[in-house]
Write a protein that binds this ligand. Structure first.
Ligand code: SF4
Length: 383
């Protein structure tokens, strides 16, 4: 691997891997029922960060713009978790008045004390894993909150003063659950939060769900139901005043996720914690996935990145197309060549995209085909 230019990052992702229980469908790098606590987590992050600073490929900006603490369940680490993290990163780096500091939480772990302590440390945005309001569905998923859990958590968060709040919902569940998607969408509107993210259920092979599909005890959703649910959500959330600003993301004006937008813009970022990825324009690397292995490396040499890759021109171009097409800003027509523009004309005919103000952006129908359309555009014959 050749020498890398130092890149200064102002977006940081931190992974908190702990969960009380693994959800039925979950393929994230999580550690269930770990005896490790906040001090083990911050000690490991501190070891990693020291090594990152010594290496000099990624340098943290003196004024971080976005900090996202995801998981796992960061809220399992308790009220002092963000204070511990701020000490690792350095309070002075977290003083920019524009800083967006997001922390994820699961409803059953949200308490007034936790939110108040996080807020006082600087957290100004929270993301809640709600997924559904249906008792049977939540039980099937292995979630630990009930149908009222999201309401109680949202109230606690708003009471403390954090109004920049996002909730996640999952669609595309197996039909035998008889989940009423519209009911869940109306419930999420009742929460009155400024940001909603929707994820289609993905069946990963190494999960209990993946194994159940293999042995025939569960059946994946068909494409028609997936499509209908996505389009229903788009229609309903738009009618309720949300802007559909990215394939999975809806927000009230001014509440788009700035951290995610940095990913989609191609800005460099640093990831800390097991399985976290770091990225600069021409290079990407990722930490070892397993928490135990990560902790041993982080508190030893500090070198926790397992693998990395240089991004050649072809893969950078593909990534630029995919990231651009997934947002409502789309791609600039002047950055595309004639064969690619010819493809766009056919997309417009199909209702998959619109061309306006010198840009192409996908419609909701087009976003259902995002991966396919990106490959089509990338594979356009060279003009
Ligand atoms: S709470 Fe989230 S991260 Fe934890 S197991 Fe469930 S889906 Fe995975």
């Amino acid at each position: 691997m050749g020498a890398l230019n130092k890149v200064t990052v102002s977006s940081i992702y931190v992974h908190a891997p702990f969960c009380s229980k693994r959800c039925f469908y979950c393929d994230f790098a999580v550690e269930v029922n770990s005896s490790d606590n906040l001090s083990a987590w911050t000690r490991a992050l501190s070891g990693e960060l020291t090594a990152v600073e010594r290496e000099g490929v990624f340098a943290m900006s003196e004024a971080i713009k976005t900090l996202y603490v995801g998981g796992g369940t960061p809220s399992l680490l308790g009220p002092q978790a963000m204070k511990g993290l701020a000490e690792v990163i350095g309070y002075s780096r977290l003083e920019d008045p524009e800083l967006e500091w997001t922390a994820e939480a699961n409803p059953e772990t949200v308490t007034h004390d936790l939110v108040e302590s996080w807020y006082n440390t600087g957290v100004n945005r929270m993301s809640l894993g709600v997924q559904s309001f249906d008792t049977q569905v939540l039980t099937w998923m292995g979630r630990l909150h009930g149908p009222d859990g999201a309401f109680q958590a949202v109230n606690a968060i708003k009471e403390v003063g954090i109004c920049n709040l996002s909730v996640d919902l999952i669609f595309g569940l197996p039909p035998r659950l008889k989940r009423c998607w519209r009911t869940d969408l109306f419930k999420v509107l009742e929460l009155d939060v400024p940001h909603i993210s929707l994820y289609g259920l993905s069946i990963e092979p190494d999960t209990p769900l993946g194994r159940s599909v293999r042995d025939g005890s569960e059946f994946p959703v068909d494409e028609g139901q997936y499509r209908d649910e996505y389009l229903t959500a788009v229609e309903l959330l738009r009618a309720a005043g949300y802007q559909h600003y990215e394939v999975s993301s809806f927000s009230h004006p001014g509440f788009a996720s700035r951290h995610s937008s940095a990913y989609w813009d191609g800005s460099p970022y640093l990831g800390l914690g097991n399985s976290a990825h770091s990225y600069s324009e021409s290079y990407r690397r990722w930490n070892v996935r397993d928490w135990g292995a990560y902790k041993a490396l982080a508190t030893g040499t500090g070198i926790t990145w397992g693998e990395g890759e240089h991004l050649d021109l072809a893969s950078r171009s593909l990534e630029r197309l995919w990231l651009g097409l997934r947002t409502a800003s789309g791609l600039r027509l002047e950055d595309l060549d004639d064969p690619q523009r010819a493809i766009l004309e056919s997309w417009v005919q199909e209702g998959w995209s619109v061309l306006e103000d010198g840009r192409v952006r996908l419609t909701a129908e087009g976003w259902l085909l995002l991966d396919r359309l990106t490959l089509e555009l990338d594979g356009a014959p060279v003009g």
